[in-house]
Design a protein around this ligand. Structure first.
Ligand code: ADA
Length: 517
């Protein structure tokens, strides 16, 4: 049962106050994105009466920042894994039941989200809410990992308490086997998944059907390989954000963003800086776009006045939990290529090594078919590069310095010289531009376009780089606070190649022409 639609709504400043349901709100939706409650901090209470019975699972596909679920006044569970799916199971007698979902955007008590993050932490239900009956013997999880793009061999992992498995590829007659946790098969008459021809197969086990693609990644040398052929990632960083919808971006908007990105000639999206929506990954599967996905984090421990997230509080445990959940949830998507984590953390501190090792271990334990890395902004002081599968560098030559566009190529050369032994990705680079500013100076469309051209010239023509992800696809909401008041005009990070309404700036057109030349 899909529970999207109109819910009764109440707003309180904190979680202790009693809600008064004097309004209505859409689900999905963010209460603080637009209109009456724009920019407010507090709790949004969503209430609905639902007729249901039996053993049930209520699932919120994505929400934030903290989500609490109640049924008939009883708390069923609370999640601080913002942006991740949040399922709760409960039993109900046959009658109408009151479901309440409380979401808050209160920053001070969140284990993963911090007020200094450079993107807006919207309060709301970002994605679908569903209610389903639990079926005895259901397939709790079904994972498929392609092992060989030449033979179509795959490894299948099943978690169920059913006794037998009925297994079928692409609707062919089913094979019945006793339950096994993991086993291998050759996919009959398989076709490869590639950027130009992203073919999808289906696997059905009992009542559950999943989609997958047959393709392999290799990162054992200095190059990235997709299906055995050298791969250069040409990408954008993308926030799931829009000024009118907040993080509850409609699927039509996600689809249009991804088509715009593909059509311009990009092949890669770094989904920053939190787990991606299921719809986004499924669209990338179909369009032939590769994805970097990471759990929620940003600049942790990076300056002396920030919390000691590596060693104190609940940050590391919550992050590890979200990383594990994210990998398990996304593992079947052929578009998913890189497991990321800890964007721009203090990877110069001795304690960062334990944090990075712990997260790399999770990635390798759950998935040996994809590389894992974090995006570092500490080229010279970083002490963790030896721990990751790829080197990923965020760097802003010609922007966060007094030097101009001439500094782009030398800065990139320096990076390539220092980091030569693994595939190297420039995971962020770019400049701000206010759409409509044609002064030719910093902040103008011309300056941004010229800087992005210099990056493309260098990275795409120099074989020492395995890829680049421009910062960023679209202008996105952030906070105007003490440290960023002057650099985030309008309350946006304005480094979008398109503005917040996806209207191209010059850099977008320049890059897309460059990719096609
Ligand atoms: C960092 C960070 C981004 C964004 C960017 C910028 O590299 O990872 O989220 O804040 O800087 O615009 O300065």
């Amino acid at each position: 049962m899909n529970l999207d639609g109109i819910w009764e709504f109440a707003f309180t400043r904190d979680c202790e106050e009693t809600p008064v349901y004097d309004s209505f709100a859409p689900v999905p939706g963010c209460f603080d994105a637009v209109g009456l409650r724009y920019g407010e901090h507090g709790c949004g209470w969503y209430r609905k009466r639902v007729r249901c019975t039996g053993k049930l699972r209520l699932n919120i596909a994505s929400s934030g920042l903290r989500t609490t679920i109640f049924a008939d006044g009883k708390k069923l569970g609370e999640s601080t894994l913002a942006w991740s799916p949040f399922p709760v199971e409960f039993e109900a007698e046959d009658s109408e039941h009151e479901i309440v979902i409380r979401v808050d955007n209160l920053l001070e008590c969140h284990p993963l989200f911090r007020e200094f993050y450079d993107f807006y932490g919207f309060g709301g239900i970002y994605d679908h809410v569903t209610l389903e009956e639990l079926v005895p013997g259901e397939i709790r999880s079904l994972q498929i990992l392609p092992l060989d793009h030449q033979t179509g061999e795959v490894e299948i992992h099943v978690d169920t308490n059913a006794e037998t498995l009925r297994l079928s590829f692409d609707g062919r007659p089913a094979e019945t086997i006793p339950v096994q946790k993991s086993f291998r098969r050759f996919v009959p008459e398989f076709q490869l998944w590639s950027l130009n021809s992203p073919h999808l197969h289906r696997l059905t086990v009992n009542e559950k059907t999943i989609e997958f693609g047959i393709r392999t990644f290799d990162w054992s040398g200095k190059q990235l390989l997709l299906n055995g052929a050298p791969l250069k990632l040409i990408g954008v960083n993308r926030h799931e954000s829009h000024p009118e919808f907040g993080a509850a971006t409609p699927e039509s908007l996600i689809a249009s963003d991804l088509l715009q990105i593909k059509k311009a000639g990009f092949n890669f999206i770094r989904g920053c800086h939190y787990p991606q929506r299921e719809f986004m990954l499924s669209m990338c599967d179909r369009l032939g776009l590769l994805v970097w996905e990471e759990p929620l984090a940003w600049g942790n421990n990076a300056s002396h006045d920030r919390p000691k997230d590596f060693t104190e509080g609940a940050f590391m445990d919550t992050l590890a939990e979200q990383l594990e959940l994210t990998i398990r949830r996304s593992i079947n998507h052929p578009s998913l290529m890189i497991h990321g984590f800890l964007n721009e953390c203090a990877s110069n501190l001795p304690e960062s090594r334990d944090a990075v090792k712990r997260l790399m271990n999770i990635c390798h334990r759950l998935d040996s078919t994809r590389p894992a890395a974090f995006a570092s902004n500490r080229l010279w002081e970083d002490i963790c590069f030896d721990l990751t599968d790829l080197c990923a560098i965020n760097v802003y030559p010609g922007w966060y310095s007094d030097m101009g566009i001439d500094s782009v190529a030398p800065a990139l050369n320096e990076i390539a010289e220092k980091l030569g032994d693994k595939p190297l990705i420039i995971s962020e680079i770019g400049a701000s531009a206010i759409r409509g500013d044609h002064s030719g100076m910093r902040w103008s469309e011309e300056y941004q376009a010229e800087l992005c051209s210099a990056v493309a010239e260098k990275v795409l023509r120099d074989s020492r780089f395995s890829g680049v992800a421009f910062w960023q696809f679209a202008d996105a909401n952030t906070y105007i606070n003490n440290t960023m008041a002057l650099t985030r005009p309008r309350g946006f990070n304005n480094k979008g190649l398109v503005d917040e309404y996806r209207r191209p700036k010059m850099a977008w057109n320049t890059l897309s022409k460059f990719f096609k030349s």
